[in-house]
Design a protein around this ligand. Structure first.
Ligand code: BES
Ligand code: MN
Ligand code: ZN
Length: 500
């Protein structure tokens, strides 16, 4: 797909050449000055007249009339050099790739050296463009009789740079791995509930495990019963689909120590159970395994890049259905931890499944836990559709998650967790906990409940109910599943420093 080259970008022939145009009042310098010369300084004129826009993320097409090897220039506006950030650069590339992809262009070259700035290195540019390429050209083809697969897709991206070719190659590999894995997560989330059952999810994980040599463990219902996973089993009780507890282990260190657990909610469809969702609220609940998808996506990056870290992924998976055998409000269940739970709301099922998953992660030696879940509508009320809510019991560990999110560009915002919140989830007359203490601050209640199972282990909860999918297309992807948190989790693992 990518070809890294150190040649004259204006001699190579292809359908289009990407150049970065910064908003600088002076004349072009470097490569762009050379290019301008080939056009008898017409480029400068086009920028002046606004036919080529240097404004941030503006894309201008210019035909070259065969004055250079490429048929067209795709000019990517970068705005003021000092204001350009890594995230904006990625979005700008995304926008350009989307455009050429829609136009059926198959071969692209990128004059990489026109994009770097004082704060964005050659490597950063290479990472940004390769990640943006994967993310922005992603499509979920779906099931229409008449395939909506594009007839032409981009087949080759030449990356032309004078910088060290090996370094560029390495940066491209990283960016592309992050982008591709995010797309895998998107596809899992986009799959409807009848096409992705817990068994299908387990099979997918098993394949991933084979490909990357992870240790795979898939617990069946009988094994869960033996282990006393009463919380996950309760959620599954009304279903004809068997539940799965999916575990993948990646050991990148000599010893199994400093283990990071990534725990993802894998509810393949959430009807709400007897606390039934409304006919509008139920639509879209195929995305309720977005946490599981994020964890599997992160494992794909980890499998590709093989960091020196130890990771265990734990995914509790089932659908949440209604039948004569389903669990009911008022039921009291016993979790694997031994803590009993009064079920006040069968629609607060994610925290039940995650309770046993967090306990099981500890059984696998987890020293740090991140759980990711489409857990509450409350987080949407609190933060909107573009922010992931976070809750933690450990400042220093949270700092590392936050750092990773800054680098990935995936916004997270922390919600408080107080003694009072803990009291509310412990408020049951007949059990240790209740699963739904009421609608006040209920995004916090969801986190507080899971925290009862993390106990003293450093833990961060990420509620992606608002961010796992989107109704609108954006520069780095189409409408539908976003693959949110794949990149944050993978970066957390890559950069992780054990806490003394
Ligand atoms: N899967 C839902 C949360 C959700 C809502 C995800 C909207 C995506 C979009 C979760 O299982 C749920 O039903 N949560 C309830 C909890 C309540 C009953 C305590 C909610 O948020 O309403
Ligand atoms: Mn629910
Ligand atoms: Zn749910």
């Amino acid at each position: 797909m990518f070809k890294i080259m150190n040649v004259n970008p204006f001699e190579e022939s292809q359908e289009c050449l990407f150049i970065g145009v910064k908003d600088t009042p002076e004349k072009f310098d470097g490569l762009l000055a050379q290019l301008d010369e080939k056009f008898e300084n017409e480029l400068t004129e086009l920028v002046k007249s606004g036919d080529i826009s240097a404004k941030s993320k503006k894309i201008s097409y210019v035909h070259t009339f065969k004055k250079i090897g490429a048929k067209r220039l795709v000019c990517i506006g970068l705005g003021k050099e000092k204001e350009l950030t890594f995230d904006v650069l990625k979005e700008a590339f995304g926008k350009a790739f989307k455009k050429v992809h829609a136009n059926g262009i198959q071969s692209i070259a990128i004059a990489l050296d026109t994009f770097f700035t004082d704060s964005i290195s050659y490597d950063d540019v290479a990472t940004a463009l390769s990640e943006a390429f994967a993310l922005s050209t992603y499509e979920f083809t779906g099931y229409k009789k008449k395939s909506n697969e594009p007839e032409k897709r981009i087949e080759e991206v030449k990356i032309i740079s004078e910088a060290d070719q090996e370094e560029i190659e390495a940066a491209v590999t990283v960016g592309y791995a992050y982008g591709k894995a995010t797309n895998s997560a998107r596809t899992l989330v986009n799959l409807p509930g009848n096409m992705l059952t817990a068994t299908d999810l387990a099979n997918y994980a098993e394949e991933l495990g084979k490909k990357y040599e992870f240790e795979v463990e898939i617990l069946e219902k009988e094994e869960m019963e033996k282990l006393g996973m009463g919380a996950l089993l309760a959620v599954n009780q009304g279903s004809i689909e068997p539940p799965k507890m999916i575990v993948l282990k990646y050991q990148g260190k000599e010893q199994w120590e400093d283990v990071i657990a990534l725990v993802g909610k894998g509810i393949t469809f959430d009807t709400g159970g007897y606390s039934l969702k409304t006919k509008t609220g139920i639509v879209g609940m195929k995305t309720d395994m977005g946490g599981a998808a994020a964890v599997l996506g992160a494992m794909e990056v980890i499998g590709e890049l093989r960091p020196e870290q130890n990771v265990v992924a734990v995914i509790p998976s089932t659908d949440n259905m209604i039948s004569g055998s389903a669990f009911k409000p008022d039921d009291v269940i016993t979790s694997m931890s031994g803590k009993t739970i009064e079920v006040l709301n069968t629609d607060a099922e994610g925290r039940l499944a995650l309770a046993d998953a967090v306990t099981y992660a500890k059984h696998h030696g987890a020293n740090y836990i991140v759980d990711v879940a489409t857990l509450t509508g409350g987080v949407i009320t609190a933060l909107g559709l573009d922010k992931t809510g976070a809750i933690t019991n450990h400042e220093a560990f949270f700092e590392q998650v936050l750092e990773a999110s800054h680098e990935s560009g995936e916004f997270i915002w922390r919600l408080p967790l107080t003694e009072n919140d803990r009291k509310r989830v412990r408020g049951s007359k007949i059990a240790d906990l209740n699963n739904s203490p009421g609608s006040e601050g209920h995004a916090i209640m969801g986190g507080a409940f899971i925290g009862e199972f993390a106990e003293e282990t450093p833990w961060v909860h990420l509620d992606i109910a608002g961010t796992a999918d989107t109704k609108k297309e954006y520069d780095l992807g189409p409408a539908g599943a976003t693959g949110v948190m794949v990149r944050t989790l993978a970066l957390l693992v890559e950069r992780f420093e054990p806490i003394k």
